[in-house]
Design a protein around this ligand. Sequence first.
Ligand code: OGA
Ligand code: NI
Length: 384
Amino acid sequence: MAIVGLANTASDLLRQHGKSRGAIDDDEDDYCLKGVRHLSDAGITRLPGRYVLPACDRPGRSVGAAPASARVKLPVVDLARLRVPSERDGVLRTLYTACRDYGFFHLVNHGVGAESVAAMLGVGARFFELPFPERARYMSPDVRAPVRYGTSFNQANDAVLCWRDFLKLSCAPPLGDVVPSWPDSPADLRDVAAAYAEASRRVFVEVVGAAMEAMGISGAEDGVMEELTSAGSQMMTVNCYPACPQPDLTLGMPPHSDYGFLTLVLQDEVEGLQVMHDGEWLTVDPVPGSFVVNVGDHFEIYSNGRYKSVLHRVCVNSTRPRISVASFHSVGAQRVVGPAPELIDEKRGGEPRRYMDTDFTTFLAYLASAEGKHKNFLQSRRLD
Ligand code: OGA
Ligand code: NI
């Protein structure tokens, strides 16, 4: 399909959904829908109006200039120590409190090699350096497309656009079935991203198993652990946050929580990710080579609220472009997720059920209606 056709589709969608924004400058819309890399390459010095957040939603203080108290050293979970029998209990305790108190932790010694990590960040960065028409081949308004290049957060719904371009790669198992639909340029993208996806999946399986064990459950009774191990769903997003001329007025990603069980985020050495903790936005210190792992909505539901799917957002800055790679892991889209039976079984002195069951279709319907404010989705599943 012609590039212009695709771009128009997206902008038509935007127009339909954006009526409440009042008069729209069509030229500016079409320009913005080419993404922020395009704007940054064009050398703009002022942020187009479509990216300017209302004062109450702005980052408040620019990252880097923030006072020391607004930074956070997340708990560190060491996967190598988890494998040492005499140390396992201690690491499980750290994992449990991290998932309960922060919903976030750094994962170190995860076994994904430094070359593999560097190669993934590198090929991701090179994808966004491709000429725009090359990247635009993968634009699609279909959120279920196996490969999708786009901009902002939820482009069709965002009243204010975010300073982010992304490449989403479905890794739906079997991985081999989807890789041929991934971009064939840069030439090494498929090999590098497929190897990285496999490696991150292995890490996920080990960590989610440990996080179940830390709650004293196996995830076996309802087959959830089996599904996460053998099938499940995986989606990878490469996020590109170019240097932004007015970073105080916008965000790379708005406050949101992630949908699945766990997300593994690889960030380069540029900070930007912030997590909500005790009502404050805290900047996550980049720990080179580590994964930032966070609990998603499904795991909060499955853990019956013991683990927290926490709001997070991304700030941008005026000098240093940033790349991150997020790998989202969950059960298959057909599966209904509710609290683990092992936790809420009354006969075994279980706790009250705190969430309704949910599935992917319900989530998509919510996404389409709620302007991407995912947290509302989780709240909508709560029973108390
Ligand atoms: C995400 C996300 C954080 C980052 O992709 O959902 O929160 O640092 N990414 O890019
Ligand atoms: Ni996220």
